[in-house]
Design a protein around this ligand. Structure first.
Ligand SMILES: Cc1ncc(COP(=O)(O)O)c(C=O)c1O
Length: 362
């Protein structure tokens, strides 16, 4: 067999160690999941479909596209549904990158952008964050003749920070028309009140080199179901449609989506929980002498006085799973997803022990 060298070199995703038998229950604060669960209305909608899963789902997710179109006031032809927004990142790289092509992203942003670029034989160019925020001027400067995609994660995972409307407007005016801007807004629903640009309006207004990614995995609490969606020009959406596997979105996900969208009370409850947790985390981490990064999301990152991997391992020994993000371009930092109130208090107690006990190695 002839393996592709560049695919062999892509690191595989290794989930943190699962809890062994007899271990205390693990608080999963490592994957930015929704600790309050899915909407009960979405669960009910899935139950109705369960006896019918002998049938294939709608191949193009057209009912879901139409519902999303009505909800967001955009034509269904400008929407594409995927098996999680991660699949959309994969499809974008598949559709736009030839071997040796470049993608531009922040150094300290969602890992999939780099991994999927490498999987296509492309070259990720990583631009340092400035004060934990995307440096959009430097990112625009990094564009070369080989750049095909430029990733803007807003709010950014793993820092939780946002870039404002003015900086994004300048960026949009600087990116050449033949470079596709991928605005990943996985956490945008948590950022209410923050100065974030209305990029959906840009797509509605006819901008061709912009695609906006959203997901049901975060505020809607449907991470395990796998459903993402994107808004773009009809030209880009119909092009990407060719890179899709036929039944990419399963029947349960398509059943859950309208119910999850309609349950605005659940969404408001999840958002309020995250806003309250941000205040608690800021207070507790500051009291430990740390400087948490101000977050507009359902997680928070913080520089720890030590090796991030060692701190995360020490927390895991205490039943708390967090994400060490040294490998994401932020050495000495961990990212903590907000859990239930009880899980958050367990984290604070464990963190007090760990911060005082683990020797500094960086
Ligand atoms: C910024 C960002 N984009 C995309 C994703 C992938 O989301 P999904 O579960 O819809 O594939 C994540 C998941 O953590 C994320 O943080």
């Amino acid at each position: 067999m002839q393996f592709k060298e560049y695919l062999l070199n892509v690191p595989t995703y290794r989930p943190p160690k699962p809890a062994g038998e007899g271990d205390a229950p693990i608080a999963r604060l490592g994957a930015n999941e929704n600790p309050l669960g899915p909407s009960p209305l979405a669960v009910e909608a899935m139950r109705d479909v369960l006896p019918h899963v002998n049938r294939y789902s709608d191949a193009g997710s057209w009912p879901t596209r139409r519902i999303l179109g009505a909800h967001f006031d955009i034509a269904p032809e400008q929407i594409l549904c995927t098996n999680g927004s991660d699949e959309m990142i994969y499809m974008l790289c598949l559709a736009f990158l030839r071997e040796g092509d470049e993608t531009v992203m922040a150094d300290g942003s969602f890992v999939s952008y780099g991994m999927r670029t490498l999987a296509m034989g492309g070259q990720p160019l990583r631009v340092p964050l400035r004060d934990y925020v995307h440096d959009l001027d430097a990112m625009a400067d990094a564009i070369t003749a080989r750049t095909r995609l430029i990733f803007l994660c807003n709010p950014n995972n793993p820092t939780g920070t946002t870039v404002g409307s003015a900086a994004v407007a300048r960026f949009l005016s600087r990116v050449p028309e033949d470079v596709l801007i991928v605005a990943d807004e996985a956490y945008i629903e948590f950022a209410e009140g923050a100065d974030t640009p209305d990029l959906l309006a840009e797509v509605r207004g006819g901008r061709r080199n912009l695609i906006v990614l959203r997901t049901f995995a975060k505020i809607y609490g449907l991470a395990g179901l796998r459903l993402g969606y994107a808004f773009g020009s009809t030209e880009v959406i119909s092009y990407l449609d060719r890179a899709r596997t036929v039944f990419n979105v399963n029947a349960l996900a398509q059943a859950a989506a309208p119910a999850a969208l309609a349950d605005t009370e659940h969404v408001a409850r999840v958002r309020a929980h995250a806003v309250a947790a941000r205040a608690r985390f800021t207070e507790e981490l500051t009291a430990l002498g740390l400087q948490p990064i101000p977050s507009a999301t359902n997680f928070m990152a913080v520089k720890v006085n030590g090796d991030d991997g060692a701190i995360a391992a020490a927390l895991l020994e205490r039943g708390i799973m967090v994400n060490p993000i040294g490998g994401w371009g932020l050495p000495g930092h961990i990212r903590i997803s907000f859990g239930t109130d009880e899980e958050n208090e367990r984290f604070f107690a464990a963190m007090r022990e760990v911060v005082r006990g683990v020797p500094a190695t960086v």
